[in-house]
Write a protein that binds this ligand. Sequence first.
Ligand code: PMP
Length: 312
Amino acid sequence: MEHTRYIWKNGELVEWADATVHIGVHGLHYGSGVFEGIRAYETSGGPAVFRLRDHLERLERSARLVKMTLPYTPSELRAATLDLLAANEADSAYIRPIAFYGAGGLGVLTRDNPVEVAIMSWPWGAYLGEDALEHGIRVTVSTWQRVGANVVPHVAKATGVYLNSLLALQEATSAGYDEAILLTPDGHVADGSGENVFVVRDDVVFTPDLSASILPGITRETVLEIARDLGHRVVEKPLIRTDLYLADEVFLTGTAAEVTPVREVDGHELGPPGPVTLELQQAYLDTVHGRSDRWSPAWLDPVPQCRATSAA
Ligand code: PMP
């Protein structure tokens, strides 16, 4: 992980090495935190953050679902993010806002635990590798089930939930796969460890609906909108594992993974990335890089003033 100069922590920019926490923070012991993953891309008009407001609103909803009151509004966090990117002179970045219960009592029930908020940004290329974006990845259906709606709120991007993702990813990678797809307890396709799942069959684009224990992904929503706009039939409905095996195309979406083609599921060869996947991947990358007149203006939040520019 490449270090950058600053991290925004509880209202101020601090040096990377100084952004530390005490070993007694509640969030460390019990996974009591919420977070976001956001990307800023280089565009011809300078760096711009993709769907920043939408991510910060999801952070606020995640917090509400775990009854955490954020000490900053989404607008304040938006300003903080843009300040941080300018201070780090970032052309492009992965951005990680996190809110967690800090040090206080160490019972499970929070008492006197302040809510701490921080935002990191650093350069991060293709999450699953450039080769993954171009040639696709091999995935396996996990024996670990995705957290259910009455286990922890899967709609919340909460830190503790990622133990579920970690277990699935450990299992998949030790069996030689690149990524895991988790099912719900009743056998419906839910999410990858950090991505939403799409299936293309007979030119129809399918993805699990929100009741299938998925995280309501912002990339998912973006790709659905782009696909509809490009004239594809899009269906959100419950899917089962054999829909993956019999698919014409499968791809995963996420802020980190962008649009990643899948070339094999559990030994079922799907072949090289298919035409629908490639069309949506291209449209997505054009959008985030500001190359699309159609979608970019609504979704890109320019970083107002880079220190690199002001110093020049
Ligand atoms: N599902 C899970 C479990 C995830 O962790 C992520 C990544 N945040 C996604 C889906 C995709 O969400 P987004 O497109 O908003 O990054």
